[in-house]
Ligand binder design. Structure first.
Ligand code: PGA
Length: 252
């Protein structure tokens, strides 16, 4: 990877096509993946020249009688290259590790790259790093079960360490809007890299950080050698701030 990658997770924002066009134009850079809501994927694709397209979810079947779902095959056909899976906001709505595992397989079968999100809640983290590691171990063991057979190449699987308590909109956070420190995040990410590497028998994994990355702290995260890239939520909706994060990422 020439420069560090930014994944702009727009979540369920913005709400009009006009806003989408403006934001997509401002976010268009070669080291960016834009993950808009499904309904705006085609519009974003028509606007961007350098960025790659990402989806915020993928259903585990390729087609059929599944009202309301969207498959990896459809997304791939639309020009999507990355799929964010297992985000804590989806897990909070009932998505289990078993479901995440099925979705990863479907995404790989469709030829998409996977951005798998893992991370512990504050109730676990407040007890220390060891319980947090155990929590993530459990997620990874199920999420990545039987994924080794996909012979994952260099940048096909990104594991994003997103401590739930550090996500800017996380309501349970006792210190809202606080990112993890790059040093702490790096400890967890080193652990994730080696644990997932052992499960998959693959050392070439990319590990990203996500959780309250913004214009002020982006440099300290992106400058850490353990961090291959970042997932940006809230700040990716603020064009000026996101442009400044793009510039920072390009400088590494
Ligand atoms: P945040 O979101 O940057 O707003 O904390 C990150 C994420 O949820 O992926």
């Amino acid at each position: 990877m020439p420069t560090k990658l930014l994944i702009a997770n727009w979540k369920m924002n913005p709400v009009t096509e006009k806003q989408v066009v403006r934001l997509a134009k401002a976010s268009d850079a070669s080291n960016v993946v834009i993950a808009p809501p499904f309904t705006f994927l085609a519009l974003v694709r028509s606007v961007i020249k350098k960025a790659a397209l990402g989806a915020q979810d993928v259903f585990w079947e390729s087609h059929g009688a599944y009202t309301g779902e969207v498959s990896g095959v459809m997304l791939k056909d639309l020009g999507v290259r990355y799929a964010i899976l297992g985000h804590s906001e989806r897990r909070a709505l009932g998505e289990t590790d078993k479901i995440v595992n099925k979705k990863i397989k479907a995404a790989f079968n469709a030829g998409l790259k996977v951005v798998l999100c893992v991370g512990e809640p504050w109730q676990v983290r407040k007890k220390g790093i060891a319980p947090a590691k155990r929590f993530i171990e459990k997620q990874l063991r199920i999420d990545l079960s039987a994924i080794g057979k996909y012979k994952i190449k260099n940048n096909q699987l990104i594991i994003a360490y997103e401590p739930i308590w550090a996500i800017s909109t996380s309501r349970s956070a006792s210190f809202k809007d606080n990112a993890d420190t790059p040093e702490n995040a790096a400890v967890m990410m080193r652990f994730i890299r080696s644990f997932a590497g052992r499960i998959l028998m693959n050392r070439n994994l990319l590990v990203f950080y996500g959780g309250s990355v913004n214009g002020k702290n982006a440099e300290s995260f992106l400058g850490n050698s353990e961090i291959d890239g970042v997932l940006v939520g809230g700040a990716s909706l603020r064009p000026k701030e996101f442009r400044s994060i793009i510039k920072i990422a390009q400088s590494f």
